[in-house]
Write a protein of this length. Structure first.
Ligand code: ADP
Ligand code: MG
Length: 321
């Protein structure tokens, strides 16, 4: 449905561009949740903004393609991506307060999206229906609420309702639950899963939190320094990660049985765009790295089951980095 091939996003002067997203290929199917996971600054948001055609000034798509249902939308203006057919791509951002208008009732804000994307629908009826779809209790009355009258979790549900107004085939959610506490987060994750199943929609869910990935993903794409270093179905990826970075990230998950040890971290920090070393970008932090990792092409490992990793020394099952 959505198919991204070798997507490259660059910033800086065209004569010496800085690679922010470096050859990302991914796809998402109907009824599937793909989680894009990686540390802060690795290029997750820039990838999603490139898919929406919403890159900030100074950043640009410098290679690769984005196809939706076989149509190349790589360089289409944002409103044309959404309207290519009946609404196709929609996005939810991390902080709903910056996307909602604070002085306008939420019902009106949803109706506005319905008028733009679904002109045949009755705006008020459809707005109430959308609020019901995101399980806002007493939807008919909540239409007249102002954003500040709602909790963070309810506001994020309103943002999802607005995104659904265009009847998207693919919903891109960029850290939609990061600002919420865990109980509320779980409810919002549950709603996204239900919508994905009921509407047969594809979802690209972006997070830095592997705990969230474990709760919601069907498939996972692990990003490091602008590249996808490992992709695969969630169960095998968690059971036997191939890339040392994936394994180290998993080792940082809080383990209730080992609370006294505190949080583990990966020593060092991810390289910033423009300072990414040749070869494998993770090599400076990788316990398995050898000379061969510090330059040249990194081989692609493809074991069975549609898995894929970029590594000279992938892990065997049960092995730790
Ligand atoms: N407007 C911009 N121009 C150039 N570089 C940017 C811009 N915005 C963000 N970046 C850089 O792009 C990199 C990736 O950022 P981002 O996609 O937001 O990371 P993530 O969402 O994974 O935390 C960061 O290193 C950031 O400094
Ligand atoms: Mg981000």
């Amino acid at each position: 449905m959505l198919s991204v091939t070798d997507l490259t996003v660059s910033a800086g002067p065209r004569t010496s561009p800085i690679g922010i997203v470096r050859g990302v290929s991914l796809g998402v199917d109907q009824g599937e949740i793909l989680c894009l996971v990686g540390e802060s600054g690795c290029g997750k948001s820039m990838t999603s903004l490139a898919l929406m055609g919403l890159l900030p000034p100074g950043a640009r798509v410098s290679g690769g393609s984005v196809e939706l249902d076989g149509h190349d939308i790589t360089h289409l203006a944002p409103h044309r991506r959404v309207r290519a057919g009946r609404g196709k791509l929609a996005m939810v951002f991390q902080e709903p307060m910056t996307s909602l208008n604070p002085v306008t009732r939420i019902g009106w804000q949803i109706e506005e999206a319905v008028r733009v994307h679904d002109p045949d629908a009755n705006p008020t009826d459809r707005a109430r229906e959308l609020l019901e779809m995101v399980r806002i209790p007493d939807a008919a009355n909540q239409l007249s609420a102002y954003p500040h009258e709602l909790s963070g979790g309810m506001r994020q549900r309103v943002m999802i309702a607005i995104a659904l107004a265009c009847r998207p085939r693919v919903l891109i959610a960029d850290e939609p639950t990061t600002a919420l506490d865990v109980t509320i987060q779980r409810q919002v994750l549950g709603i996204i899963r239900e919508l994905c199943d009921d509407l047969d929609m594809g979802v690209i869910f972006i997070t830095h939190d592997l705990g969230v990935v474990a709760q919601i993903a069907d498939r996972v794409a692990v990003m490091y320094a602008g590249r996808l270093v490992e992709t695969g179905a969630v169960a095998p990826l968690f059971r036997a990660p191939l890339h040392p970075y994936t394994e180290r990230l998993m080792a940082c998950l809080p383990d209730p049985a080992a609370r006294s040890k505190g949080f583990a971290t990966i020593p060092g920090s991810a390289p910033r765009p423009g300072e990414i070393p040749d070869g494998c970008a993770f090599a400076p932090r990788c316990p398995r790295a050898q000379d061969v990792c510090r330059g040249g092409e990194v081989p692609v490992v493809r074991p069975e089951g549609g898995r894929r990793a970029l590594c000279h020394f992938p892990l065997a099952e049960g092995e730790t980095a």
